[in-house]
Design a protein around this ligand. Sequence first.
Ligand SMILES: [Zn+2]
Ligand SMILES: [Zn+2]
Ligand SMILES: [Zn+2]
Length: 153
Amino acid sequence: MKTAEELTNNLIAQEPFVQLLRQFKLKVTQPRLSVLDIISKKKSAISQPELEKLLGNQIDRVTLYRVLANFEEKGILHKIFDLQGTATYALCSTSCTEHAHHDQHVHFICSICNSIYCLDEIALPQLNIPANFQLNAIAVNAVGICEQCQQKK
Ligand SMILES: [Zn+2]
Ligand SMILES: [Zn+2]
Ligand SMILES: [Zn+2]
């Protein structure tokens, strides 16, 4: 049983997420709040299996899948594929909107632990795509060894 104080603290902690969901005109539900809570606490991108582990049996797999798909569509999360081709998710920049992602930054993938970091401060190079191609997105992955794995050596 949680005490009244714990419950209140929990609600206060969730307030930014409640506002975020309202901003995107999404109903505030516990699965959505839990997913946002976990993703915002993690510095690197997170995969669905990883989320499942952290959520335990709070949310069933189908609901989680729908929450992630919905967040991606709305411009709350963006998807990055790791070196094994598994989809991982990270929070979007504030400029993302429904059907229009603007996460034009480099992703750093660690070849040891497979963690993915959004390097927001690095802008993507301008590419001169031939006029007969319509450019929708550019994905740049930098592969190397993350800070944590370097320390373990
Ligand atoms: Zn985005
Ligand atoms: Zn690493
Ligand atoms: Zn990113």
